[in-house]
Design a protein around this ligand. Structure first.
Ligand code: TRP
Length: 350
């Protein structure tokens, strides 16, 4: 069987380090390992519109931003197809047929959608498109025969929904669609990076993000203001690791050589944690350490981005070429679906 990788982001803002560690980094690794037949990265503008219908300008502008973030992180359009969701009309058509295979109560049970509805204060006025976006996401995934979807933890319910739809479709109309699988980072803090406030998931709407394009001073000031342990007031007080955002980030971002480079008095993260718990290690020190690590990570990304920003036409060209290619593939799947369903009337008759 072919190995096909697909993943996507909504273009509602610049990408942040939560996206990077939860998904982009593993996409770049997968891309460079080359162990796949096809790889797709989609900019989910149509999905973004499900809760931004009155805000098309924002979505439109962020298509370029997200594409710049991808390319500056090392996504290579020669190796993987980067495209815009709305430029592949077959996805919408597929969604319409999938809608018949899902109940309203099933959609309302989706924990990620439930949380989003709460966060957005939709209460009883939920746009139908928003509630049904997991169905459209199933089309995104199945249209390309995707086998693997690298995503953060919050997307697990979407992949489960997609698997259910594939199962139902195949049992109702015959084996047609490929069963996808989620690939979620093993390290918990990577799968779901908390915001700098330490409370919620990192999310643009909550203002608790460090963006891939942030300037060095901005990164530093965000890190120095991060949430730690509110009871760790004096250096000598024992500190708490659980729920301490700085340690969550260190868990996610520390590399083998980070200590040697920036904090040689400690051998590893366990040693640092033990000292913090015992007391005698100040927040400023761990924050400066984290700052060094994040600055090292983001410097080359920011510099590459500045280069690419000079030529937006080139970036759009990549996206349109990718969209044309994605369109051909999605059309093939849609045709197979219609044949399986028995609604491909023209080819039946002529
Ligand atoms: N829902 C995803 C997010 O909010 C974006 C997305 C749309 C996606 N279609 C997808 C992710 C298909 C994986 C596969 O981040």
């Amino acid at each position: 069987m072919e190995k096909v990788i697909l993943t996507a982001d909504r273009p509602t803002g610049n990408l942040h380090i939560g996206h990077y560690i939860g998904s982009i980094q593993s996409r770049v690794d997968l891309q460079n390992q080359g162990d796949f037949d096809r790889m797709y990265i989609m900019i989910a503008d149509a999905q973004a519109l499900t809760d931004n219908a009155g805000n098309v300008k924002k979505v439109r502008e962020n298509i370029l931003n997200v594409a710049l973030d991808y390319l500056s992180c090392g996504i290579d359009p020669e190796k993987c197809c980067v495209f815009i969701q709305s430029q592949v009309p077959a996805l919408t058509e597929m969604t319409f047929y999938f809608m018949n295979l899902v109940t309203l109560s099933r959609l309302k049970r989706n924990p990620t959608v439930k949380e989003e509805i709460k966060l957005r204060g939709f209460e009883e006025s939920i746009p139908v498109g928003f509630l049904t976006y997991p169905i459209s996401q199933t089309a995104d995934i199945t249209a390309f025969g995707t086998t693997l979807v690298p995503v953060g933890e919050d997307q697990k319910p979407m992949i489960e929904q997609a698997r259910e739809i594939v199962r139902t479709f195949n049992s109702m109309y015959g084996e047609t669609l490929v069963m996808p699988e989620a690939m979620i980072p093993k390290i918990k803090s990577q799968a779901r990076l908390v915001g700098t406030d330490g409370k919620n998931k990192m999310s643009k709407s909550l203002g608790n993000c460090i963006f891939l394009s942030d300037e060095p001073e901005v990164i530093k000031s965000k890190i120095m203001n991060m949430y730690t342990d509110p009871n760790h007031i004096h250096i000598n007080d024992p500190g708490q690791i659980e729920g301490n955002a700085v340690f969550e980030y260190l868990d996610a971002f520390v590399k083998k050589d980070s200590f040697e480079k920036y904090l040689p008095e400690y051998k590893n993260l366990d040693e640092l944690k033990t000292h913090y718990k015992k007391g005698g290690l100040g927040d400023v020190k761990i924050k400066l350490f984290l700052n060094n690590i994040i600055q090292e990570l983001l410097k080359p990304i920011r510099e590459k981005r500045k280069e690419l920003e000079k030529n937006p036409e080139q970036v759009y060209k990549i996206l349109f070429k990718g969209s044309d290619q994605a369109n051909l593939e999605a059309e093939k799947t849609l045709k197979k679906m219609k044949q399986a369903m028995g609604i491909d009337y023209r080819s039946d008759i002529f």
